[in-house]
Design a protein around this ligand. Structure first.
Ligand code: CP3
Length: 348
């Protein structure tokens, strides 16, 4: 289906600290509603969760962006809320509203969560990976992923996305011991989930901590850095060579300490992170990934070109993976994505 690459591949090389020219590129949420072929499959799958649990259709939508664009990785099509689903929490995705879960608002409800059935519930995601891998050329890995314990906990506690994650923060302030039990359960379940994804063929892992920015500094260490460190250690104990990227969105100047404490191989930087900080502070320690504003691909044209050039000028002489500062938006024209990939690959 696609071009051949040397076996280690461009993304894994960059994640191991090498400078790859031109830098590898993949995009957060590269499969999804901005692609008409995704919307077609989505319409036939039923609900979003039905799609995630259907390995044949999930494999198809995982591959769709790679058929169109010269990307250096696929990311398995699933969702971070697969973990609460696997723990027996009721999870739904309401059209136009986002995720809705039956809330777990305090320690009293923890007993309802059940880890024993989780592996069986993860099985369709593992099957999606097994179906995708033979379709990719060597050197183009499939990225497995999960949400970081803190971010997943915010959805479990609130029962939906929220603007300030107040319910989860309140629980953590009022009763840190029982909140720690929820975090520990998520660490343990997510380690098993990531190990299962590697066993099924994922060659790279990414941890999404989309709400890392909502915690004050010392709480950030306790609920973001330490659980992620435990997650990374649990994976590396079994698969020391599988690179792990983490994306602690909104963590600001805590990024340097976070990278040190968690022992990740690469840090995903959000749109607000300055290129100077990424270059001078982070890139001397580890591979950086990021951080184009997804709105600039909607805008396209000269604004997109200028920013891509600025990012490449500052970051491409060190270990770097080109990506967005957050997920691709549904109203992104696919032509603009093609243009972006060509710009990064020096083919525009
Ligand atoms: O292509 C890929 O990147 C792989 C698939 C993927 C999805 N979600 C598919 C999806 C990945 C990696 C995610 C991660 C995810 N899911 C995050 C972390 C990244 C981020 O965006 O901050 C979060 C917070 C979620 C939870 C989630 N899932 C929300 C808040 C929503 C609703 C918002 C929205 O975009 O609709 C989802 C639904 C979702 N996950 C969709 C897709 C393609 C849209 C559902 C649809 O097709 O109807």
């Amino acid at each position: 289906m696609l071009r051949r690459q040397p076996s280690k591949g461009r993304l894994v090389s960059a994640l191991s600290g090498l400078v790859v020219d031109p830098p590898p590129i993949w995009l957060m949420r590269q499969a999804g509603r901005y692609l008409p072929e995704y919307r077609e499959v989505r319409a036939k799958a039923g609900s979003f969760l039905d799609l995630c649990l259907n390995p044949k259709l999930s494999a198809e939508v995982t591959l769709q962006p790679l058929r169109r664009f010269d990307l250096d990785a696929a990311i398995v099509f699933s969702d971070i809320l697969m973990v609460p689903y696997a723990l027996g929490q009721k999870v739904e995705f309401v059209e136009g509203e986002g995720p809705k879960l039956e809330p777990v608002p305090s320690g009293k409800e923890l007993a309802k969560l059940d880890r024993l059935k989780a592996e069986a519930r993860f099985a369709p995601v593992y099957e999606t990976l097994s179906r995708v891998i033979p379709e990719l050329p060597s050197g183009v890995p499939v990225i497995g992923f999960c949400g970081a314990p803190w971010t997943v906990a915010t959805y479990m506690v609130e029962g939906a996305g929220s603007k300030d994650q107040a319910q989860a923060r309140l629980w953590a302030y009022r009763d840190p011991d029982s909140f720690q039990s929820l975090i520990d359960l998520l660490v343990e379940t997510s380690i098993a989930y990531l190990l299962g994804q590697v066993k099924a063929g994922a060659g790279v892992l990414q941890i999404f901590d989309s709400w890392a920015g909502s915690l004050p500094n010392d709480e950030f260490a306790r609920w973001c850095s330490y659980p992620t460190r435990a997650l990374v250690a649990g994976v590396k104990a079994v698969y020391p060579d599988v690179p792990v990227i983490s994306f602690p969105r909104g963590c600001g100047a805590s990024a340097e300490r976070y990278a040190q404490e968690t022992k990740i191989d690469a840090i995903g930087c959000d749109t607000s992170m300055s290129l100077a900080y990424m270059c001078e502070i982070l890139q001397s320690r580890l591979t950086v990934q990021g951080n184009l504003d997804p709105l600039l691909i909607v805008a396209g044209g000269i604004h997109l070109e200028r920013r891509v050039k600025a990012i490449l000028d500052l970051l491409s002489s060190g270990p770097f993976v080109f990506n967005l500062g957050h997920g691709i938006l549904p109203d992104t024209p696919p032509d603009h994505v093609a243009k972006l990939v060509a710009l990064v690959k020096g083919k525009a």
